[in-house]
Ligand binder design. Structure first.
Ligand code: PLP
Length: 398
């Protein structure tokens, strides 16, 4: 079949591939310790579900304005101001079909052939492919575990060329949990302003940060309005991944361009889901600290458990719900190695130990694995037990 060059430039999301391999085994009755999915295991809070049910009963099941119902755009701007200190109006907000859709649409209206986008690695899997689909080139800068996987303004500046159009920062980061401190983030903004390039702040995990960090948005900084694009979502903060509601906050002209793309593509995000998101934005946020407290417990369990496995090192994630251990001591051609690459190791772990993890190659970080701890403490303990057994057997066999 003759497909476009555009589609041939990208691959199916590697995290989706892992999740589907684990699902296949589960459907055959295999008990998998599943560290794959990047989604909260908590249910959507009751008051949000009730708002959606009410919307259905009131027949709010028609097309809405493409960019979202006005009360929701207003509520997102007000929520973001209250929670994260920005200053946007409804005209500077578009509601999208999830945060990923916001990233896709904003990149598709700003990036074209020959443009470069700077991405700190390890990066979220979808950024490079979305950039490539738009015709751009991802320019990767490395971060290291020693500095908490946080990009430095000076490294970003060194990577800027006349072709650079945008820098993308997700803080907290998927997959590393790295959190950029406000001072460094402002230095990155200053670099972007100096060179006249966009700074995208992906805030999908904004409310899941661990001490000593606090939630922070670069949109709260002075001089941020003209160059900053904020991407957010109700997926993680409100345990609403399946509802598919995200948003972009950005200069009005960009919002209008994104709305134009949306008008020729998805049209409005699902009407009923918008009413659920409206309740999330306006209603009680009591469920958020409850989830954060649970993630805090799980984070301790998983990081300490991983560190107890010989040859494995693991930093404390500053936010989100992923542990990102370095397992390179177990890789390679040497006699102590269990596999050549992380991808091979992830496959072995699934087949031999019934543990699902995402290999670091998916994030531009060979030598690492991503383990989501959005799963119960019991399942974390079971997974750690299986991992411990797998690596000790591999050592004994070597
Ligand atoms: N950005 C990051 C860093 C993510 O990890 C995800 C989801 O995993 C998204 C954006 C998109 O989330 P959604 O499309 O569910 O809002």
């Amino acid at each position: 079949m003759q497909l476009t060059d555009r589609i041939n430039r990208i691959q199916i999301s590697p995290t989706a591939a892992v999740i589907s391999a684990a699902e296949q085994l589960k459907s055959k009755g295999v008990d998998i310790a599943d560290f794959g999915p990047g989604e909260p295991d908590f249910p959507t809070p009751e008051h949000i579900k009730k708002a959606a049910i009410k919307a259905i009963e009131e027949n709010r099941s028609k097309y809405t304005p493409t960019g979202g119902i006005m009360p929701l755009r207003e509520a997102i701007a007000a929520w973001h101001k209250r929670e994260l200190g920005s200053d946007y109006s409804a005209k500077e907000c578009v509601v999208t079909v999830g945060g990923k859709h916001s990233i896709f649409n904003s990149i598709s209206v700003l990036i074209q052939n020959g443009d470069e986008v700077i991405l700190p690695a390890p990066y979220w899997v979808s950024y490079p492919d979305i950039i490539k689909y738009a015709g751009g080139t991802p320019v990767i800068i490395q971060t290291s575990p020693q500095t908490g996987f946080v990009p430095k303004a000076s490294d970003i500046e060194k990577a800027i060329t006349p072709k650079t159009k945008m820098v993308i920062i997700d803080s907290p980061s998927n997959p590393t949990g790295g959190v950029v401190d406000p001072e460094e983030f402002e230095r990155i903004l200053a670099v972007c302003n100096k060179h006249g390039i966009w700074l995208m702040g992906d805030e999908c995990y904004s409310h899941f940060v661990y001490e000593p960090h606090n939630s922070f948005s670069i949109a709260s900084a002075k001089n941020s309005k003209p160059s900053v694009i904020i991407v957010g979502s109700v997926s993680k903060t409100f345990a609403m991944t399946g509802w598919r509601i995200g948003y972009t906050l950005a200069p009005e002209a960009l919002i209008q361009a994104m709305t134009k793309v949306q008008s020729q593509c998805t049209s409005n995000p699902t009407s009923v889901a918008q009413y659920a998101a409206l309740e999330a934005m306006r209603g009680s946020m009591d469920s958020v600290p409850v989830m954060l407290a649970e993630y805090t417990k799980r984070r301790k369990r998983i990081v300490e458990g991983l560190r107890a496995i010989p040859g494995v090192t693991c930093e404390w994630p500053g936010g989100a719900f992923y542990a990102f251990p370095n397992i390179s001591a177990h890789l390679g051609d040497g006699e102590n190695a269990c596999a050549r690459t992380c991808t091979d190791l992830a496959r072995l772990l699934l087949e031999k130990a019934q543990v699902a993890v995402v290999p670091g190659e998916a994030f531009g970080a060979p030598g690492f694995l991503r383990l989501s701890y959005a799963t119960s403490v019991e399942r974390i303990d079971e997974g750690l037990r299986r991992l411990g057994k797998f690596f000790s057997r591999a050592e004994a066999a070597a």
